[in-house]
Design a protein around this ligand. Structure first.
Ligand SMILES: Cc1cc2nc3c(=O)[nH]c(=O)nc-3n(C[C@H](O)[C@H](O)[C@H](O)COP(=O)(O)OP(=O)(O)OC[C@H]3O[C@@H](n4cnc5c(N)ncnc54)[C@H](O)[C@@H]3O)c2cc1C
Length: 400
């Protein structure tokens, strides 16, 4: 399979990608991709090889070397056809981290595979290290050209489906907590990795506890330098916050659809569109989203230049408020109907699902309170919170 041929203009890219999809995303390909993991992998391989999974990356790294704006044309064409595999340069945190911070050797070894399917979960939080993530106690000890890993992670989304995890583990206990961490691409499917699903308020079970006992990760799978993992992690979390800052509510079967157009539709269908108070609230919701998308553009530019951006915390915090706000407006449009649930009441079921799911953005990827701390310290330049353990060797930090 060869790369997509295009003339570099927006019109040329649009014509090329729609032609490519016409030829390749046939009913048969769609059925195959949806039928099995192998079918999906075959399709994703095709998308990767055409440069369409990561169009903003350079040509030698599976991309087309086009701007993010032009890559959006490809994304739009894929979305319109409901085709899979687009936007891995925007949403696949494992692939992005390896591409941005991995060694040349690691990139050559794992990127082809990462782009053709495997889910990568995030092995960050632990029972005693959530907001204070630099306090992780999962240990990785070098044994020849491998590290042996022991510890427990929690709230790990999609761990059951994941082939790899982005693992934050402690490799040096003699230095302060931010300094002795290593960021690994960790193979999940091995003895010594036990996954226990957690049930959620939404009725889903997306996240898990992960118990790691004498599991192994090759030393070459370190992303960035050994014991310098906090730096690599900062870049990875900046991309995660960027994704969350852009995110619409993920609703069953309606992934990443922004809620605001749905609010207008809901108000129309419920004959509430002429209610001036509601119209004002919907308009406010639209204004917040517009404002947030402008802020995200600033943050994206900063990440591209510096590898990380504190501005992303503003976007993520704003998206929390937007999602909670949208859920409240939906409930107001529905009135008492919002209390119903189940398949006979899809509007109410969606509204209560969105209200519960809004907490995902308020907690996952760092809580709203932590984003406020980051904004106050790194953007507004206010003094840092007191921290007794910041400069102590981690092995001397007292725990309760
Ligand atoms: C939907 C979802 C998906 C997630 N997926 C993953 C995943 O895939 N991988 C992963 O590793 N983790 C994941 N998490 C976990 C998430 O990152 C943590 O829950 C989060 O960082 C908070 O940590 P904690 O739960 O330990 O709470 P704690 O850190 O114990 O915080 C408890 C409360 O205290 C507040 N608080 C703590 N410290 C401060 C402070 N210094 N200043 C002000 N307030 C403070 C917090 O804001 C919070 O309200 C997910 C969480 C959710 C909700």
């Amino acid at each position: 399979m060869t790369k997509l041929v295009h003339d570099g203009t927006p019109e040329g890219i649009h014509a090329a990608v729609t032609g490519w999809l016409e030829l390749n995303w046939t009913t048969e390909a769609e059925r195959g991709a949806n039928a099995s993991d192998e079918g999906m992998r075959a399709w994703l391989t095709k998308v990767r090889d055409a440069g369409l999974a990561t169009p903003s990356w350079p040509e030698e790294w599976f991309g087309l070397g086009i701007s993010a704006r032009k890559a959006g044309i490809i994304e739009k064409a894929f979305r319109a056809r409901k085709a899979h595999g687009w936007g891995r340069d925007r949403f696949h945190l494992g692939a992005i981290s390896v591409f941005k911070m991995g060694s040349e050797e690691l990139k050559r070894e794992v990127l082809p595979d990462l782009l053709a399917g495997p889910i990568c979960c995030l092995l960050y939080s632990e029972p005693n290290a959530g907001s204070d993530l630099a306090g992780v106690r999962t240990r990785a000890e070098q044994d020849g050209d491998e590290f042996v890993v022991n510890g427990q992670k929690v709230w790990t989304s999609n761990a059951v489906e994941a082939d790899y995890g982005m693992l934050l583990a402690r490799t040096n206990w003699d230095v302060p907590k931010h300094k002795g961490l290593t960021f690994f691409l960790f193979p999940m499917r091995q003895d010594g990795v036990e996954i226990r699903p957690i049930n959620q308020i939404t009725g889903e079970s997306e996240f898990n506890e992960v118990f790691i006992t004498d599991a192994r990760v090759p030393a070459r799978y370190a992303i960035g330098e050994v014991s310098e993992g906090w730096k690599s992690f900062q870049t990875a979390i900046a991309y995660e916050r960027l994704i969350m800052a852009q995110g619409g509510t993920e609703r069953r079967g309606r992934q990443n659809e922004p809620t605001t157009p749905l609010l207008i539709d809901l108000a129309r269908r419920k004959n509430r569109i002429d209610d001036t108070s509601l119209r004002q609230k919907i308009a406010q919701a639209i204004a917040y989203r517009q404002l947030n998308s402008l802020n995200n553009k600033r943050a994206k530019a900063e990440i591209a230049e510096n590898g990380a951006s504190s501005l992303m915390s503003l976007g993520k915090l704003a998206m929390s408020r937007i999602q909670h706000g949208d859920a409240r407006v939906a409930a107001e449009v529905l009135g008492p109907e919002a209390l119903l649930s189940g398949t006979p009441n899809p509007d109410a079921a969606n509204a209560s699902f969105d209200a519960a799911k809004a907490y995902m953005n308020s907690i996952g990827g760092g809580t709203d309170q932590i984003q406020r701390n980051i904004i106050s310290e790194r953007i507004l330049g206010l003094p840092k919170d007191d921290a007794v353990d910041r400069d102590l060797p981690f092995k001397d930090v007292k725990t309760g």
